[in-house]
Design a protein around this ligand. Structure first.
Ligand SMILES: Nc1ncnc2c1ncn2[C@@H]1O[C@H](COP(=O)(O)OP(=O)(O)O)[C@@H](O)[C@H]1O
Ligand SMILES: O=C(O)[C@@H](O)C(=O)COP(=O)(O)O
Length: 450
C-alpha cells in the first residue's frame, strides 16, 4: 500500500512532534533522518519496510540553514515521498513559526507548491494543547502574543512580530491572506468557499486562525484534498480522521510500540527556551549536572574534557542515575557569548560539543537519551548516525519516546535499541527531565544489566 501522508519537517524535534500526533491519531508512522539515499525497491526504500506504514516523516535540519539549501533538501524529500505514493504532503515547521525575514518557511512553501503544480496552501501553526493558537492571524503562546512569549529572545530566530500574515508576507513574493475564525465557525464548507475565493484573488498562502481542536477538525475537513498543507503538529491530530472518512486509512489498535529500554540515562540540553530553563533548574535541584560555557569551549579543550570526565564519573556508579550536561542559559548570558563569538559560532560550538559527547557516551553505556532543543537534537542525531526512528508513547504533548537501532551495537546484537526523546524547546512540563525516564520505564519496563 502506498503511504497516505508524507511529512517534511524542518527540524528533528518538530519531526517527532508531527510523527507523535500522527501515531496518536492512529497512523503507523516512521520517521527518517534526512532523505534516504539508496535506490528504491518494490515495497521497501533504503532498507525501510514501508509495507505496513501509513505515514513517513522526513526530518531535515533546514530551519536555520541558508534558504537555497532548505529548498533543495525539502524538494528532495518531496520527490522521495511522492515516490512512496504519499497522497498529501505536510510541511512541518515550528508552532511558534520560527523563521527570519529571509525564510525559510515562505520560500520552502513556494518551492513545494511549484513542484506539486498546486496553487494554494494553508498555514496552520496552532497547537492548542501546547498553548499555541492563532486569532486574526496573530500567534499566541498561552495568553501572550508570540513576540512577548520569550521567543523574542530566541538565539537563532528571534520572533518579534506576532502577525503571521505580515511575517509570511516578508518571506514570499506571493499573496498572503487569512482564513478567519468567524468563517471557521460556520464549518468546513464555508471554509472551503473562502479558500476558493482567496485562490481567485491569487492568494497563494492562507494563514488559518484556529483556537482549539474543534477548529483544527474543521480545517482538516476543508484541507484534506489539498496536495500540500503546512503547519505545526496540531493539524496532524485531525487529518487521520479525514483520511479514514475517505477510505485511505484502515483503523488500527496501537500504532506506538517500543522494545524494553536499556542502559544509563543522560540529558543533553542546548535549548535556551523559557521552558527548558525551568526544566534545567528543576532537574539540577536533585541530579548531577554540568554546565557548558561556549566561551570556555572556544578557549581550550579542557572544558570539553571536564564535561566528559563528569559524565564518565556518573556512568561509573553502580546504579547510574540520570545526569545532565547543558549549555542552556538566560538571554543575557547567551547575548554575551554571541557578542564575543558571533551567533553562528556560539551555536555551532555547543552543538558540536553536545553531539560529540553523545557519540562518545552512547558508546560507553548511555542507552536512554533525552535531548532538549531542535537544532541541538539535529546535531546529536546526525552525530549518532541515526537514520530511522520508531515512535513510541508520549511523555508530554508533542514529545514521544522513540527508538533507533543502537549506534554502538555490534553485528551480534541486531535487536539492540537506543531509546531517544527529542524535546522541543518550549514543550514539556517543568519536571520533564526526570519524569521522561519514569514514563519510559512505565511504558516499556527496563531490561536490567544492559
Ligand atoms: N549559552 C549559549 N550561548 C549561545 N548559544 C547557545 C547557548 N546555549 C545554546 N545555544 C545555542 O542556541 C541554539 C538553541 O536552539 P535549539 O537547540 O533549536 O533550541 P530550541 O528548541 O529551544 O529552539 C542552539 O544552536 C544552541 O547551540
Ligand atoms: O511545533 C513545535 O513547536 C515543535 O515541534 C518545534 O518545531 C519546536 O522547535 P524547537 O523549539 O526548536 O525544538
Amino acid at each position: 500500500m502506498p503511504i497516505v501522508l508524507g511529512g517534511i519537517a524542518d527540524d528533528f524535534t518538530g519531526a517527532t512532534d508531527l510523527a507523535n500526533n500522527l501515531v496518536r491519531a492512529g497512523m503507523r508512522t516512521v520517521q527518517v533522518i534526512g532523505v534516504p539515499q539508496d535506490a528504491l525497491q518494490e515495497g521497501a526504500a533504503n532498507g525501510l519496510d514501508l509495507t505496513e506504514v501509513d505515514a513517513v516523516v522526513v526530518a531535515l535540519k533546514s530551519r536555520s540553514c541558508p534558504v537555497d539549501q532548505a529548498i533543495s533538501e525539502s524538494l528532495a524529500a518531496l520527490e522521495w515521498l511522492k515516490a512512496q505514493g504519499a497522497r498529501q504532503l505536510f510541511f512541518k515547521y515550528c508552532s511558534t513559526f520560527d523563521s527570519t525575514p529571509e525564510g525559510n518557511i515562505g520560500p520552502v512553501a513556494d518551492a513545494l507548491l511549484e513542484a506539486l503544480s498546486a496553487t494554494q496552501t494553508a498555514f496552520v501553526p496552532a497547537f492548542p494543547i501546547n498553548g499555541r493558537s492563532v486569532y486574526q492571524g496573530h500567534l499566541f503562546v498561552g495568553d501572550r502574543l508570540l513576540n512577548d512569549s520569550g521567543m523574542q529572545h530566541h538565539p537563532l530566530n528571534p520572533m518579534t512580530d506576532a502577525d503571521i500574515v505580515r511575517v509570511l508576507s516578508r518571506q514570499t513574493p506571493h499573496g498572503v491572506g487569512l482564513l478567519d475564525h468567524a468563517t471557521l465557525c460556520r464549518g468546513a464548507q464555508e471554509a472551503r468557499q473562502r479558500l476558493d475565493e482567496l485562490a481567485h484573488q491569487n492568494v497563494r498562502h492562507v494563514v488559518c486562525d484556529s483556537l482549539d481542536e474543534q477548529d483544527l477538525e474543521v480545517l482538516a475537513e476543508a484541507l484534506v484534498d489539498h496536495a500540500l498543507v503546512t503547519g505545526g503538529s496540531g493539524l496532524a491530530q485531525a487529518l487521520p480522521a479525514q483520511y479514514r472518512r475517505k477510505g485511505w486509512l484502515e483503523p488500527i489498535d496501537d500504532a506506538a510500540v517500543l522494545a524494553p529500554a536499556k542502559g544509563a540515562a543522560m540529558v543533553l540540553s542546548g535549548s535556551c527556551s523559557r521552558m527548558t530553563l525551568k526544566q534545567v533548574a528543576h532537574f539540577t535541584q536533585q541530579h548531577a549536572a554540568f554546565a557548558l560555557d561556549p566561551v570556555k569551549l572556544n578557549a581550550s579543550d579542557t572544558h570539553f574534557e571536564a564535561a566528559l570526565e563528569f559524565a564518565r564519573e556518573q556512568l561509573a556508579a553502580t546504579d547510574p542515575k540520570p545526569f545532565l550536561i547543558y549549555a542552556s542559559a538566560e538571554p543575557e548570558s547567551v547575548k554575551a557569548a554571541q557578542a564575543s563569538l558571533g551567533v553562528k559560532q556560539a551555536g555551532e560550538l555547543i552543538e558540536c560539543a553536545l553531539a560529540s559527547l553523545a557519540s562518545t557516551l552512547v558508546a560507553e553505556g548511555v542507552g536512554r537519551l533525552l535531548v532538549a532543543g531542535g537544532e541541538t537534537s539535529g546535531a546529536v542525531v546526525s552525530a549518532l548516525d541515526i537514520r530511522e526512528l520508531r515512535i513510541g508513547g508520549q511523555i508530554d504533548p508533542g514529545v514521544p519516546w522513540t527508538q533507533a537501532p543502537h549506534p554502538a551495537a555490534g553485528p551480534s546484537q541486531p535487536e539492540a535499541m537506543l531509546s531517544l526523546t527529542l524535546k522541543s524547546g518550549n514543550f514539556g512540563g517543568e519536571d520533564f527531565f526526570t519524569r521522561a525516564f519514569d514514563v519510559l520505564d512505565a511504558m516499556n519496563p527496563r531490561e536490567e544489566n544492559a
